[in-house]
Design a protein around this ligand. Structure first.
Ligand SMILES: [Cu+2]
Length: 166
């Protein structure tokens, strides 16, 4: 009975690939009840942080830096539940897409973080250098509201926008 419980915990740890779970798997059977208790929060964490794929429209935004200044085009994007936004570097890089965690709806922060690949920092997308590089963010599962964003290198030049999730 105890051995069976231990085997289930081990299986869950392999599926999740969690370091904490692997430690639990090497614990001897006398500590099995403790290992099972430790495995429960480890199972919940990846589910909460899972990226939600785009199921709707992918909206295109250009990242431009030229004689007229630095900007996102369009700068104001309204998306429906399940939509995504693809930011493509056109000129004037480096550019990125970043959000201020204090400026976005608190209810949407965890989902947005989970949906942003290759974060250079919290809610800060990867830096792009070359034309045609792009960065796509899914807004699936992100709470309704206004999400102001900016380009970190050009924040002082007012390279900003807002994604409104309906
Ligand atoms: Cu920029």
């Amino acid at each position: 009975m105890r051995f069976l419980g231990f085997a289930v915990v081990t299986g869950a740890a392999i599926m999740l690939g969690a370091c904490g779970g692997e430690k639990a798997a090497t614990t001897d059977s006398a500590a099995a009840p403790a290992a099972e208790a430790a495995a429960a929060p480890a199972e919940a964490a990846p589910a909460a942080g899972a990226m939600a794929p785009i199921t709707g429209t992918t909206h295109e935004v250009k990242m431009i830096g030229d004689g007229a200044g630095y900007r996102f085009e369009p700068a104001n994007i309204t998306v429906a539940a399940g939509d995504g936004v693809k930011f493509t570097l056109v000129s004037g890089g480096p550019h990125n897409v970043a959000f201020d965690g204090a400026a976005i709806p608190a209810a949407g922060k965890a989902a947005l973080m989970a949906n942003m690949p290759e974060q250079a920092g919290e809610l800060s997308g990867k830096m792009m250098l070359n034309a045609d590089e792009s960065y796509t963010i899914s807004f699936a599962g992100v709470a309704a509201g206004e999400y102001p964003f900016f380009c970190t290198p050009h924040l002082a030049m007012n390279m900003k926008g807002v994604v409104t999730v309906k």
